[in-house]
Design a protein around this ligand. Structure first.
Ligand code: GTP
Ligand code: MG
Ligand code: NA
Length: 458
């Protein structure tokens, strides 16, 4: 087929890893920003998106490619930063399900940790190709930094004992990956991308190894991504966040994974009270190399091409659901069909509701986290009688209270994950005898409920 250079799309790369391994700092080093310094407690709590145009990638790779031999086939790279804290499994799941490739960040001083293992499982489930950044090499004893240099040159300049410590830690990491059934090799010895995982030593503080990491990402995308993935095709767009912005009203932050969006497009998405059909008033992006989640100047566009993080301003977005797909309705489309289509993600979840009509009520922040919670409850053989997304209001409490009328105190409960609970609703629950369980991790939530249940049944 004829290749139209204008139709190339940027791949999406997700950064995953255990808390505080340096995921955000690595991106800060490339962007020359300090997003991490502005985070509460230095902890990432949201998915971030940054666009790296190809010129920036070229410039960053230059120290190890002075003759500019590397071929670049895509217009840039959209990088998604995720939180490493254990509470945010839902965001890691979302981030990893959006990407074409991934960087798994491991702290060379700590090796594989709890959320490293969780991330490996997510990547394997989706068969996503990934590389490993073995970060914080500057913490090796006696490390002499060559700022922003290629890793191998830097290593060669270290004294013998530092090189030995590196080798020891590298070997330990390789063994730990082998225990997970993965064949990890230093990237410069990797002859087979499809079979072996590449390890690339980096420092987010000195910038060493970052040229190597970026070059590897470019090579991996171009070799491992199906050729079809490199061209723009059908629209693929997911809602990340629903946010009220001064001067714009309620907006949605989306990841445009494929296709094109235009100002004025009629869009269809899943809403709490039914499908939302509206027209795009403004398409906004942060400047290249700026984080989507950091407030700043927005660039207005008539048209945007994948992959990109985009803020959409449009009337009637108040009840939009995070995690929802977004569709564009053209003159050729049947609007009713698209409405059913977007709502099906929410309707599909009704299958988790127990046919006996008995069970707990469940409420979560997004489609993805609600599904994860339902899955976990099923494994625990806990029946569910009602589901909802978004903050808990009195109506949710009243619904849960119907279990009391049926004589099932053990099910007169609301299990809430990552949602706000209205004060009035909380008061009503107290009066009616409905138990509200609210936690930031799915596992703790289910454990708390089980303890309550066992106690009641004794
Ligand atoms: P979460 O998003 O909360 O999971 O953390 P993160 O993986 O994004 O790590 P973050 O960028 O917040 O860095 C955590 C801490 O490690 C910060 O204090 C950083 O300054 C430090 N750090 C990150 N990378 C490096 C590195 O390469 N070398 C050294 N010495 N410290 C680093
Ligand atoms: Mg972070
Ligand atoms: Na952190």
């Amino acid at each position: 087929a004829e290749v139209n250079k204008d139709d190339l799309r940027s791949p999406i790369c997700c950064i995953l890893g255990h808390v505080d391994t340096g995921k955000t700092k690595l991106l800060d080093k490339i962007r020359q920003t300090n997003v991490q310094g502005g985070e509460a407690g230095g902890i990432t709590q949201q998915i971030g998106a940054t666009y790296f145009p190809v010129e920036v990638l070229k410039e960053k790779i230059a120290p190890i490619d002075p003759e500019e031999k590397q071929v670049f086939k895509t217009p840039g790279l959209l990088v998604i930063d995720t939180p490493g804290h254990e509470s945010f499994t839902n965001l890691r799941t979302r981030g990893s399900s959006l990407c074409n490739i991934a960087v798994l960040v491991v702290d060379i001083m700590h090796g594989l940790e709890q959320q490293t293992l969780e991330s490996i499982r997510l990547l394997r489930d989706k068969k996503t190709p990934f590389i490993v950044a073995l970060n914080k090499i500057d913490r090796l004893y006696g490390w002499q930094a060559t700022p922003n240099g290629g890793f191998r040159d830097s290593l060669a300049k270290q004294n013998k004992s530092t090189q030995n410590e590196f080798d020891t830690r590298l070997q330990a990491t390789i063994v730990a990956f082998a225990e997970q059934g993965l064949n990890a090799v230093p990237y410069y010895n990797n002859k087979n991308f499809a079979k072996n995982v590449s390890l690339v030593p980096t420092s987010a503080h000195t910038g060493e190894g970052i040229p190597d990491m970026l070059q590897l990402l470019v090579q991996l995308t171009q070799e491992r991504m199906a050729a079809s993935l490199m061209y723009l095709s059908e629209l693929e767009c997911t809602v990340l966040e629903v946010k009220v912005i001064e001067g714009l009203g309620t907006t949605i932050d989306v990841i445009l994974s494929n296709g094109v969006l235009r100002e004025g497009d009629k869009i269809v998405l899943c809403g709490l009270n039914g499908p939302i059909v509206t027209n795009v008033r403004a398409l906004l992006t942060p400047e290249p190399l700026k984080e989507m989640r950091v407030k700043g100047a927005y660039v207005h566009h008539k048209l945007v091409k994948a992959a990109l993080g985009v803020k959409i301003s449009a009337p009637g977005l108040e009840k939009a659901i995070s995690g929802s797909r977004l569709l564009v309705c053209t003159d050729d489309d049947d609007e009713e069909e698209l409405k059913d289509d977007v709502m099906s993600d929410l309707k599909d979840l009704q299958r988790w509701i127990s046919t006996s009509g008995k069970g707990v009520c469940v409420q979560a922040s997004t489609l993805g986290s609600l599904e994860a919670l339902l899955e976990f409850l099923k494994q625990g053989k806990i029946p569910v009688s009602g589901i909802d997304i978004g903050p808990v209001f009195k109506s949710s409490v009243r619904r849960a209270s119907t279990m009391l009328d049926k004589g099932h105190t053990e099910y007169a409960c609301l299990l809430c994950f990552d949602v706000e609970i209205d004060k009035e609703a909380e008061k009503l629950a107290g009066e009616m005898g409905v138990h509200i369980f609210s936690k930031m991790t799915i596992y703790n939530l289910v454990d708390d409920y089980k303890a309550f249940y066992d106690n009641l049944m004794e």
